[in-house]
Design a protein around this ligand. Structure first.
Ligand SMILES: Cc1cc2nc3c(=O)[nH]c(=O)nc-3n(C[C@H](O)[C@H](O)[C@H](O)COP(=O)(O)O)c2cc1C
Length: 226
């Protein structure tokens, strides 16, 4: 059975990122995966400490992060997963800090500074994974892909995760509805009416995209597992 791990790197329960991950989890389950959910904001942890235990010659830590904390069993289960989907809101044009901390701890033990005889960079990953990223952000799509350069900025995470884990793709949800009641906040940059319309018309399309990604990644992984 395909194992899917769905990781929430956003802090808010029930909001945009979590709803999109619910949809991705639903798609993954519908395609037959056993689904585990992880919320990174539930427990404190730090990113890679650059101890290099996972790079030392003949080390028992090759392929596994040596830091023994709350995240370690999560990383051990991630090693068993066939599909990993991570969702993050965009904060100051980047994924959240915990997204980055998780990505460092997930990827670095499976990455290496060595090449094999054919010149290919060696990876210590026990099995390749199908990865998906879910990005949520305030800015409209035309700005995200235009002046804000988010495709390049977020593309870095997609590229690195894809390189180390085997495959990575993304679903974007732009122009999200951010407050329960816009009147209660100092935020005259936003037009609440436009935000509500976008939430009612576009967000369901984004949910369907996230669901389809969950399903697609599991079906692709199932072919490799079989
Ligand atoms: C600290 C902070 C920084 C943010 N920076 C950006 C940003 O640079 N670009 C953007 O488009 N949205 C930005 N946002 C908005 C969130 O990315 C957006 O509302 C997202 O959908 C929130 O996800 P959530 O509803 O799951 O919490 C920021 C929000 C916060 C709290």
């Amino acid at each position: 059975m395909v194992k899917a791990m769905i990781v929430d790197a956003g802090p808010r329960r029930g909001w945009n990122t979590e709803q999109l991950l619910d949809a991705a989890a639903e798609g993954a389950a519908a395609a037959g995966a056993e689904v585990e959910r992880v919320r990174l904001y539930d427990e404190p942890f730090l990113g890679c400490r650059s101890c290099f235990a996972c790079k030392a010659k003949n080390s028992r830590s090759i392929g596994v992060c040596a830091v023994r904390d709350w995240l370690r069993p999560v990383l051990e289960r991630a090693a068993e997963a066939d599909v990993i989907i991570i969702g993050s809101p965009i904060y100051y044009s980047q994924p959240t800090g915990v997204f980055r901390a998780f990505m460092e701890r997930l990827c670095f033990p499976w990455d290496s500074y060595s090449k094999d005889e054919s010149g290919t960079r060696i990876r210590y990953i026990p099995k390749d994974k199908r990865c998906g990223l879910v990005w949520t952000m305030n800015c409209p799509k035309q700005f995200a892909f235009g002046g804000a350069n988010y495709d390049a900025l977020l593309g870095i995470s997609e590229r690195e995760i894809g390189r180390v884990l085997g495959h990575c793709e993304s679903v974007w949800s732009c122009d999200t509805y951010q407050f329960r009641d816009y009147d209660r906040y100092e935020a005259n940059m936003f037009d609440e009416e436009h935000k509500a319309q976008h939430r009612d018309e576009q967000f369901p399309v984004d949910l369907a995209d996230a669901r389809a990604m969950g399903e697609r990644l599991v079906l692709a992984a199932a072919k490799e597992v079989a």
